[in-house]
Design a binder for this molecule. Sequence first.
Ligand SMILES: [Zn+2]
Length: 119
Amino acid sequence: MTAYVDSLAPLESCGLLAGRGSKVEKIFFVQNQAQSPVRYVMDPIEQLNAFEWIDSNGMELLGIFHSHPTGPETVSPTDISEAAYAVIYIIFAPVDEKWHARGFWIENGGFREVTLHIV
Ligand SMILES: [Zn+2]
């Protein structure tokens, strides 16, 4: 994911994470239709195809990731207002020229950080 995010910077990039329980088994890299450095809009066809794949493979949508090439390291007010799914939102942002990934749970107009275990 880091390589993907890096390859598309300074534009925001995005994708979906699917799996079972809390373990991610599949990553979908989805085109950012907005082609913007400050926002992302997932390509709806790619998103739909991913959802169908997830369903037909007995998995669940666990997370949505996107990058903030110019920060912030946490969710933005736009991320909160546009959060449509009860999943973990992972934000990639550069810190000292290295990409960091942080996970957040967004609800009720706010957010809290969750711990990500990279295995
Ligand atoms: Zn964002």
